[in-house]
Design a protein around this ligand. Sequence first.
Ligand SMILES: [Zn+2]
Length: 320
Amino acid sequence: MPLTNQQYQDIMREYSDLRMQAEEEADRRRAAIEKSLPELPALERRIASLSVQETKLRLNQHEEEAAGVRQDLEEAMQQRLKMLADGGFSEADLAPVYHCPMCRDTGYITRPDGSLEKCRCFKVRETRVLYHQSNLEGLLEQQNFDTLTYEYHTGEDLSHLKGAVSICRDFVNSFETNYRNLLFCGTVGTGKSFLSCCIASELLKKGHSVVYLSSQSLFDALARERFGTSADEPYDFQSSLYDCELLIVDDLGTEMTNSFVETQLFALMNERALRRRSMIISTNLTMGDLQKRYTDRVASRILERYDIVRLTGPDLRTLR
Ligand SMILES: [Zn+2]
């Protein structure tokens, strides 16, 4: 489930291709511009050489001469802008146009302290890889708001389902402004995973990073990362779990629960809460079961921070 080194390399190669395309495209535009402004290259060479001269003079503390060169330099730069404008061009016509202006197609943004941070576009790519890999793409084609049906529900079950759908739609619509967590609970086949898929599908379409994992594969992957039993070395799986915009944990309680799982679940819920990143958990367990299985601290976090959405009704898996 986590990004492997190979997948990380593939993403970085994609970025390098994008940068190359942007730069080649800028070179083609420049060539066309130089054709209609034949004096531009010589003027630009003059600007470059004046700039070098100025720097040298300042390094040798010839301030007065440097100031003179600076004046020539500024005039030449003005002349260049005027030349471009008279020809009907602007500075922007010469610059590469990157897909992501934030990171200039490098995948990383430099923080004020000089350290690097993954760009939002990297996280989207990362999620796409994970999502592709977990076969979620196919699942989401079948399970989304367009394929949602009310035909198997009646009476109270139907009103629970309608209430749940309206909570899901609100969750999607206010996702960018409202930090919220959901817990879907109910017996097997009542549509908990289906509704999680509806939300995942809408948010992925809007370009958000969503990681959707079954509880079992989540804790297996964390254990592999922690205890290093994976041959295919995972790429910083834990931080993608902390950072993705929405984390969906499906079928909590179906994993082999032990103290490692309890600790990881608690840490995950806390870390994401600190970052105000939403989580959706679905489970067949009751609140009492959750408390017994994952201790009071996990159960009380859920009660405090999650909107609990109960689903009831027949087992849809047998009806469909
Ligand atoms: Zn970016």
